[in-house]
Write a protein that binds this ligand. Structure first.
Ligand SMILES: Nc1ncnc2c1ncn2[C@@H]1O[C@H](COP(=O)(O)OP(=O)(O)O)[C@@H](O)[C@H]1O
Ligand SMILES: [Mg+2]
Length: 332
């Protein structure tokens, strides 16, 4: 299976989601072109059975924590950029099996928090505890192996690789075969490769894009690329899946379909940390919500309580709750 070779530039649309509208190059014209689509049932009849697909996708990794036990905890987590404190002594917990929302206005520190958790930034102060260990000096790839996967606010895929290959790259992180095993194509290596492809197809079916398995990632519609990113993150069998504004640039019906997918992911046994800018959107899908404003945690409660919290309402410009999402979208 092709790896992320030197010739394949990382497809990183820097200002993609930053502009909170769908960029023009992501017009969904591919939807109307049936050429190149895959019939998942022809690949594997089991892919027509949602229960079998969910079973194939479900995390098999043994986990120390019980459902409801603390999986991740930040303690006084602080990140400074020069004179700017992007994250200011933030402490919160994620329990296993939970969908935790991390919300707040633009610039509140949500992405910085993800970056500190996933090892992109070393905290200026404070600590992150995950599954019983402190992540202090843990490197990014080690953090992935420990079981934290993420998607990016700005889509990052291998554009020249197919959707399936992008997902299989994710499962590669879990392979046990040594390099000689790969060179001599031992039975174990062949089995792992076949398993990775089967699980990759199941993951694509799970997120709803199996018919596009053989399409290059860069040719997928914007919405399908967002789904592919989620499938690739799930391929690493994470204990914790971190999604950074996965619905950015989506219209309301796409957003609600994505929330259904996030619920399905949790129901399949994953724990989810969801960054979302649109407050109304997270209300329906999260179990609990942490609110950041100017790098500080201003609330941490059940969605119904967050909705009524004066400090949260003030952070969102004091607009009445039913107008929050619309007001956010209208912001520059
Ligand atoms: N790499 C960086 N260097 C300098 N400042 C940064 C960097 N990343 C984020 N910031 C700043 O930190 C603050 C929080 O940003 P961010 O975490 O991206 O917010 P959010 O995701 O909530 O919109 C902002 O003021 C932003 O400009
Ligand atoms: Mg952000």
């Amino acid at each position: 299976m092709t790896g992320p070779g030197a010739g394949d530039a990382l497809f990183d649309n820097d200002d993609l989601a930053a502009a909170s509208h769908r960029p023009e190059q992501y017009a969904d014209e591919q939807r109307s072109d049936p050429a190149g689509t895959v019939d998942p049932a022809a690949v594997d009849p089991a892919l027509t059975d949602p229960a079998a697909v969910a079973e194939a996708v479900a995390p098999v990794r043994s986990i120390a924590a019980e459902v409801g036990a603390v999986l991740l905890r930040t303690e006084d987590l602080t990140v400074r950029f020069g004179g700017l404190t992007a994250l200011d002594h933030v402490g919160f917990e994620i329990r296993r099996g939970e969908i935790l929302g991390l919300i707040g206005p633009n610039g509140a520190g949500k992405t910085t928090c993800f970056n500190a958790i996933t090892g992109v930034y070393r905290p200026s102060a404070g600590a992150v505890y995950f599954d019983g260990a402190v992540l202090g000096k843990t490197k990014r790839n080690q953090i992935t192996r420990l079981g934290i996967a993420r998607t990016f606010q700005n889509i990052r895929l291998f554009g020249e690789m197919t959707a399936l290959e992008n997902v299989v790259v994710g499962t590669d992180a879990r392979h046990k075969t040594s390099v000689p095993g790969a060179i001599f194509r031992t039975a174990r290596h062949r089995r792992e490769e076949r398993d990775a492809v089967e699980r990759g197809m199941a993951l694509l079916e799970f997120v709803g894009i199996a018919p596009r398995a053989m399409e290059k990632a860069r040719n997928l519609s914007y919405g399908d690329q967002r789904r592919l990113e989620i499938a690739r993150a799930l391929a690493t069998e994470p204990k914790l899946l971190c999604l950074d504004e996965p619905a950015a640039g989506f219209n309301p019906s796409e957003k609600s379909a994505l929330m259904d997918l996030i619920r399905k992911i949790r129901d399949d046994g994953f724990t989810v940390l969801l960054i979302e800018h649109d407050m109304r959107l997270v209300m329906g899908v999260t179990d609990r919500i942490v609110v950041l404003e100017f790098g500080r945690k201003i609330a941490d409660d059940l969605p119904a309580a967050i909705r009524a919290d004066p400090a949260v309402i003030a952070a969102y410009l004091g607009v009445p709750d039913d107008q929050v999402a619309g007001a956010e979208e209208g912001r520059p």
